[in-house]
Design a protein around this ligand. Sequence first.
Ligand code: ATP
Length: 228
Amino acid sequence: MSLLEVQELQTFYGKSQALFDVRLTVEEGEVAALMGRNGMGKTTTIRSICNLTPARSGKIVFAGRPTAGLPPHRVARLGIGLVPEGRRCFPNLTVEENLLAAARPGKWDLTQIHRLFPRLAERRSQSARTLSGGEQQMLAIGRALMTNPRLVILDEATEGLAPVIRKDIWAAIRTLKGEGQSILIVDKTLSELLPVADRCTILERGQTVWHGSPETMTPDIQERFLGV
Ligand code: ATP
């Protein structure tokens, strides 16, 4: 059984249809990349998986459990840790308070997060508002991990960040993969994404148009669907 299985997803914003036929799977312990040019439906797919923008039809099964009709906090409690686009933390809480507010029992605790992101240890008593964009992104990832999720979803986690911070975040992603953490990731940096991905799904205009391993993604496919 796959950890996450998404079939024939159709999602609307009001009358406007954003997803027409999205299919993807994430196996336990795997890094799955969700790819496609701007506006093709990656964020909407993630929002549908989390029931933030519920799908109108199709099927989403997480850890054997259909998620239809569950409110977002219940989907999260099934074991999905979302790091949304544009990182959201509580600006007036300290770094440590932000992490502890998300905590659920499991392997990931403050010590483990500090090991993954030493900068968050250095800044533990600062309010989140005073962090750089990259540090806030680390905090957003740390918060998702503190829920001890079975699946972490990263939506453009490295976008718009300084190169040194991007490097740190990719290193953290590789560490997570090495520890067997299941991850669904959207990111535009193919040179970092492809080496870490076990499988790729490409969306075009709200439809899955290709899926396969990164090794089988030819330059032709990249040019056709990703504009590389
Ligand atoms: P990007 O890489 O630019 O974030 P994406 O692949 O994540 O793109 P989505 O953000 O999922 O794409 O957008 C898919 C489609 O849905 C686009 O046509 C977009 O204009 C539309 N859309 C996204 N959010 C909304 C919204 N809140 N209301 C109406 N339409 C939306």
